[in-house]
Design a protein around this ligand. Sequence first.
Ligand code: NI
Length: 182
Amino acid sequence: MNVLRLHLLGSPILRQPSSPVARVDADTRRLVEDLFATMRAARGVGLAANQVGVALRVAVVDIGEEDPPPLVLINPVIAERSPETEVSEEGCLSIPDIFGNVKRPVRIVVEALNEQGKPYRVEASGYKARAIQHEIDHLDGILFLDHLSAVKRSLLLAKWKKARKGEKGYLKEVTPEPAGEL
Ligand code: NI
């Protein structure tokens, strides 16, 4: 398992729709393991493959539940969305320290392949449904900023640019917290 570098806002791969996985194989499973390792090192609850520079429709979600296990989403499709929506705060590992309130359906049904290439269907609600929708957005080149009003988005972009002043490039090394640290 490898902790990979994160692509940050400004990296073109975050804006391109990713390609479906043609066949789930050992390379796909290695990518899934690396996504989990990188997400955990970065203390995230989800990560999409394009965030580590791989333009394939693969993402992982782990909101910290004991059971069921973390989700592996390969070629995921949202099959159903509840009419009820909910507004809640989101952030993104590719846009560190920037947060915004995003309106999304409260419940969804997702169809995807797991790391063995086996199709499955899962219903999710609340925070988990939000995390899944955020990751599937990534696979379509969409960021949570795109769901905000133009005014809010430009405010956050200005904040981001200010915070990034002097930093070069769009790649970020993920340095896990030492064990035992909070
Ligand atoms: Ni994100």
